[in-house]
Design a protein around this ligand. Structure first.
Ligand SMILES: [Zn+2]
Length: 130
């Protein structure tokens, strides 16, 4: 796993533990299937208008598009997204991994986790069983 800048490695260490787990898994899939060591481009940095999930330490982005070239083919990107969401299903109807561009920026993989890995649904079940 590569980092766009060395600070990002420190940021990942400070983020939610599940974010590291998710990133390690993404990296393993990418290397095992495509022999590509992925690059993390953003961890905690807030971009105006985003959901705030990065700032909250629950998100990390991996590079796809850079200088008009793509790290992955469309098929490879679909595979990674599908495998990540199969491996890390969430009960709150949110996806662990999406492939998108944000406000006209480059296409990238956005990985995110629920609050401390516990979803609202899990919490409600615990309360009900009380
Ligand atoms: Zn993101």
């Amino acid at each position: 796993m590569n980092f766009k800048s060395p600070e990002l490695e420190d940021e990942l260490a400070k983020a939610d533990t599940m974010v590291s787990v998710v990133c390690q898994w993404f990296s393993s899939l990418s290397i095992a299937h495509f022999n590509i060591a992925p690059t993390i481009t953003r961890v905690l940095e807030h971009i105006c208008g985003d959901s705030g999930v990065h700032e909250a330490g629950r998100g990390a982005d991996f590079r796809d598009e850079f200088n008009d070239t793509f790290t992955y083919t469309a098929e490879q990107a679909r595979f990674l997204v599908s495998e990540m969401n199969r491996r890390f299903p969430r009960k709150d109807n949110k996806l662990t991994c999406i492939h998108h561009s944000f406000q006209g920026g480059p296409l990238h993989f956005h990985c995110q986790t629920g609050i401390s890995g516990v979803t609202q649904t899990d919490y409600s079940v615990e309360v009900t069983n009380g």
